[in-house]
Design a protein around this ligand. Structure first.
Ligand code: 6PG
Length: 236
């Protein structure tokens, strides 16, 4: 890690509801700023997983011109939108509701033979949507971001900051993920004006602190760069 680089700090919130509201504010303000500055559209890369649901519900209530907002995913499980595993389903249920349902959603999953086929199909739509105003990411206790997992065969390609690909098919495997995935690459995620990592719980704080201290976890690639500002929001 370049010692001269100023690393982000972990911003600690008193509880998970305050954390969710803080994340919604950071995202809502960024999207609104872009729209008020005259951008035709503002865009959000939305993480999957369980942590962001409360933040999405708070964000969905923000008085934005949602018809000018674009939303896509940081990653997706190899699961149709009807599946309880689907990140698309989670985002539609918790964020794209009420006025926010007017936002334009770009899925990563499509009914193709393989995750890599779906990733290649999504690439064009994701390229059109970038640069995003905000990319919201979760993080696993293993330090994975999006679906870029330690030890996965596509990890090196996925963490290239200047890689060609924006979307990759991710094979399942040991230790993770249990099911195939589709993931945005670091090269795609860094094409955002701001990246927010939303985490909670002591194990993830320990993982983030070890990455900040130099441990070669996937999230470190996000920390060890000075192209895109990164904020880390955490509550116990
Ligand atoms: C997913 C996510 C993944 C997630 C982390 C944290 O598809 O699960 O995109 O990267 O952000 O695994 O997940 P939790 O929020 O469920 O702990």
């Amino acid at each position: 890690m370049n010692e001269a680089r100023t690393l982000p700090t972990i911003e600690t919130f008193p509880d998970r509801q305050v954390l969710a509201e803080a994340a919604a504010s950071v995202i809502g303000e960024a999207l609104n700023r872009s729209l008020c500055e005259g951008a035709a559209r503002a865009s959000l890369v939305a993480t999957g997983g369980s942590t962001p649901a409360a933040a999405y519900e708070a964000l969905s209530a923000w008085p934005l011109d949602w018809s000018r907002v674009e939303v896509t995913l940081s990653d997706e499980r190899w699961a149709a939108p009807s599946s309880p595993d689907s990140n698309e389903r989670m985002v539609r249920e918790h964020l794209l509701r009420g006025a926010a349902a007017a936002a334009r959603f770009t899925p990563l999953w499509s009914d193709t033979p393989t995750p890599e086929d779906a990733a290649r199909r999504a690439e064009t739509a994701v390229r059109r949507l970038l640069p995003a105003d905000v990319a919201l990411l979760g993080m696993g206790e293993d330090g994975h971001i999006a679906s870029l997992f330690p030890g996965n065969p596509v990890l090196a390609e996925g963490l290239k900051p200047d890689g060609e690909r924006l979307c990759l098919g991710v094979p399942s495997g040991a230790p993770a993920p249990p099911q195939p995935r589709i993931s945005l690459t670091l090269a795609a995620l860094l094409q955002s004006r701001l990246v927010v990592v939303l985490t909670s719980g002591e194990p993830k704080r320990r993982a983030m602190e070890s990455a900040l201290a130099g441990a070669a976890l996937p999230v470190r690639a996000l920390l060890d760069q000075d192209r895109t500002p990164v904020r880390i929001l955490w509550a116990a």
